[in-house]
Design a protein around this ligand. Structure first.
Ligand code: SIN
Length: 302
């Protein structure tokens, strides 16, 4: 009998598919819908200290093999967000609170709030590829990442997962710093810094000019990062970037991931994507004689 349950630190998931941050994770209603469609866990939209409107349109555009977005971290702010969390009691899968801040104090404050609201884990969005003051200034420095994780870990007892970037420097150095800071796992990778130019208007399409590229096009980069992180770190790695099919999910797990996040594919394939990936993975495991995720996780590293 095949069991696709997985474990990320102390977090137990009934299957390895997780809703990625930024897609349907802002309201209680949308989170309930995702949970009822078979996801193993949910990551909320990234929440900051204060309400933010984000950038004017255009903030997202479909491009070759994926989506380019620069929303500008729009969110209701941590105080207002409590109302949504108060209404998700019936969700029976782990909900991971994504937070962004300008320094370790803000991250620690926000993490504590998320824990008080009853969430199951924290994802540190310290690598947004385009939000000035909240992204790569933090996520590309091993010293700052170590410090942010350390301060957050002092404040909360739920698991903490920093989301890493492949945009700058060596992701393994950043991963090691996160591990030294006490991270319970890492998420790889955030969207890639990218741009699309409208050849008729002769200028960048996005209002913010530069955005983050996600979807199928970034999968080979993300799989490489998961592979390298899994080889070098002792903590769990969660893969994200271009997971659309069960084959994609299996590839990430063979590279060492214990779970995968799904974002852009929710737009392309709808909410049935979680159940479809789980069904396909179960069939593949049966055909290959694997009874659990652990039986084939990281096999490509050997
Ligand atoms: C955004 O709100 O612009 C996206 C957030 C992110 O990529 O981290």
């Amino acid at each position: 009998m095949v069991n696709i349950g997985t474990r990320i630190s102390e977090l137990k998931l009934r299957n390895p598919t997780i809703l990625a941050s930024g897609i349907l994770g802002e309201t209680s209603g949308s989170m309930k819908r995702v949970a009822s469609c078979g996801a193993g866990a949910i990551v909320t939209k990234s929440i900051g200290m204060k309400p933010r409107e984000g950038y004017p349109n255009p903030t997202a555009v479909e491009i070759e093999c994926g989506i380019l977005n620069s929303m500008g971290l729009p969110n209701p702010g941590i105080e207002e967000f409590k109302k949504e969390i108060d209404e998700i009691d019936e969700i029976d899968i782990p909900v991971i609170g994504s937070i962004f801040g300008k320094d370790e104090k803000e991250f620690a404050f926000l993490a504590k709030k998320m824990e008080e609201y009853g969430l199951d884990a924290i994802e540190l969005n310290l690598s947004c590829p385009h939000a000035r003051g909240y992204g790569l200034e933090i996520g590309s420095s091993p010293d700052i990442v170590r410090e942010v994780v350390r301060e957050v870990k002092k404040k909360v007892s739920i698991p903490v997962f920093p989301k890493l970037s492949a945009n700058a420097g060596d992701i393994v150095d950043i991963g090691k710093a996160a591990e030294e800071g006490g991270a319970d796992g890492v998420v790889a990778i955030n969207s890639l810094r990218a741009m699309k130019i409208d050849i008729h208007l002769k200028k960048p399409i996005l209002y913010n000019r530069v955005g983050g590229y996600s979807g199928k096009g970034i999968k080979p980069v993300a799989v490489r990062c998961v592979y390298e992180l899994s080889r070098e770190l002792d903590i769990p790695v969660i893969g994200v970037g271009g997971v659309e099919t069960w084959e994609d999910a299996v590839e990430y797990i063979l590279a060492g991931a214990c779970a995968v996040q799904i974002g852009a594919a929710v737009y392309y394939r709808g909410l049935s994507v979680f159940a479809e990936i789980c069904e396909g993975m179960k069939r593949w495991m049966e055909e290959n004689g694997f009874e659990s995720i652990e039986d084939f996780r990281g096999v490509a590293l050997k």
